[in-house]
Design a binder for this molecule. Sequence first.
Ligand SMILES: Nc1ncnc2c1ncn2[C@@H]1O[C@H](COP(=O)(O)OP(=O)(O)OP(=O)(O)O)[C@@H](O)[C@H]1O
Length: 305
Amino acid sequence: MDAAIEVADLRKTYRGRRTGEVRAVDGVSFRVERGEFFGILGPNGAGKTTTLEIVEGLRRPDSGEVRLLGRSPWPHSPELTRRLGVQLQASAFFEFLSAREQIETFAELYGASKARAAEMLDLVGLTEHANVRCEKLSGGQQQRLSIACALVGDPELVFLDEPTAALDPQARRNLWDLMRGINAEGRTVVLTTHYMEEAEALCDRVAIMDAGKIKAVDSPAGFVRSLDAPTRVTVAAGQVSDERIKELAAGEAVTGGDGTVVFETRDPRELLTALASEGALDGLAVRTANLEDVFLHVTGREWRA
Ligand SMILES: Nc1ncnc2c1ncn2[C@@H]1O[C@H](COP(=O)(O)OP(=O)(O)OP(=O)(O)O)[C@@H](O)[C@H]1O
């Protein structure tokens, strides 16, 4: 079977009188398998949206190849479009329509029934707000409505462009559950985000993008493993003697200060077992490397979303 997405050497330069030349997408290649939850993670201006718009067939690249479900997005074909779900920004809603009217309009465009529209409203928890005009919905509700609109045509491949931007943590978590559900139904999901923890929590694989280029692609766990960074185990000071700390550290680094002792270890199991048997678990914190550390490693820059 063809991959869900194959992208080869995409390039796109914007030319503006004030901004000059901006190489928004600078030689991007990647492949997404069917059923995958694939993330494109990068700071603002990395080129995520431009990449996504090209892949969706909404924007033409200067050069490069895209295949979606084995076909080119150009020229547009209704058969292909019907198999895609593109989450539009809330600003793209039709004016003056209620949530129900909005999704029913999308349903009609996709040849889907009103029953399907109602089902999708329900899926995103908006049935109670069906008669509310879109501009009166909260940010989170608008995002959920835009996802419902993207799903109404029962797409195989769903594109979500920063769907949780500017949401509060609870609304974000709720959307995470929704996105997981969409993927669990067998749909391929492509998500752009500048939230590290979002990519880590949701994606099977993540492409780290910076300055128009994909720097690396791997699973979140694979990225962290390849860093081979030690785990940092912190406990409150004064629970173990200095001598015992030295023994427990077994030659690995120990730092401290601020009322804490911080062990850096490659085998946290052994250290944690020893600390537990001595009843020295007050103030315990265990921190493994995360995608933030990975970003620093692959780009040479601190993460700043
Ligand atoms: N229509 C446009 N005209 C000119 N420059 C643009 C245009 N769209 C994007 N850019 C520039 O191209 C670069 C990449 O932008 P893009 O929106 O693709 O990045 P992004 O990773 O999606 O960022 P964000 O998270 O801020 O949306 C940025 O420097 C941006 O200013």
